[in-house]
Ligand binder design. Structure first.
Ligand code: THU
Length: 129
């Protein structure tokens, strides 16, 4: 992975709106158009209404006109490795392939590389998609 994806995820983390958990998370996607799309977690006073960094980045990618995640980086300020939560794994998988690489980062760089299939094995699949 080139360093720019990590830098983008770290930069995105600075935009987190996480006044309740105080747990900023950043995500960056390199899409099939070669562009990098970023996101941060956005919490809400009505706690269940907040959402994670990964869907923010996915939204940016979709609204940018891209559809395919080529690679993705995730970083959290307060965790050496921030594995995407279960719901996020499902959301990422909608736009990824089994071999898509997800980089789990700390503030210095990539600490662990996992494939989509490793993150979400035995995933929900139907003839619809
Ligand atoms: N969070 C993410 O942004 N991504 C994840 O994969 C795990 C959790 C956020 C949600 C919430 O704003 C904060 O981290 C604490 O759970």
């Amino acid at each position: 992975m080139s360093h720019d994806l990590f830098e983008a995820a770290r930069g995105a983390m600075a935009f987190a709106h996480a006044p309740y958990s105080k747990f900023p998370v950043g995500a960056a996607i390199r899409a099939e158009d070669g562009k990098v799309y970023t996101g941060a977690n956005i919490e809400n006073l009505s706690f269940p209404q907040g959402w994670c960094a990964e869907p923010t980045a996915i939204s940016a990618m979709i609204m940018g006109g891209a559809k395919k995640i080529v690679e993705m980086a995730v970083i959290a300020e307060k965790l050496a490795l921030c594995p995407p939560c279960g719901g996020c794994r499902q959301k990422i998988s909608e736009f990824a392939s089994k071999g898509t690489k997800i980089y789990l980062c700390d503030e210095t760089g990539v600490k662990k590389t996992m494939t989509m299939d490793e993150l979400l094995p035995f995933s929900f699949e139907t003839e619809l998609g």
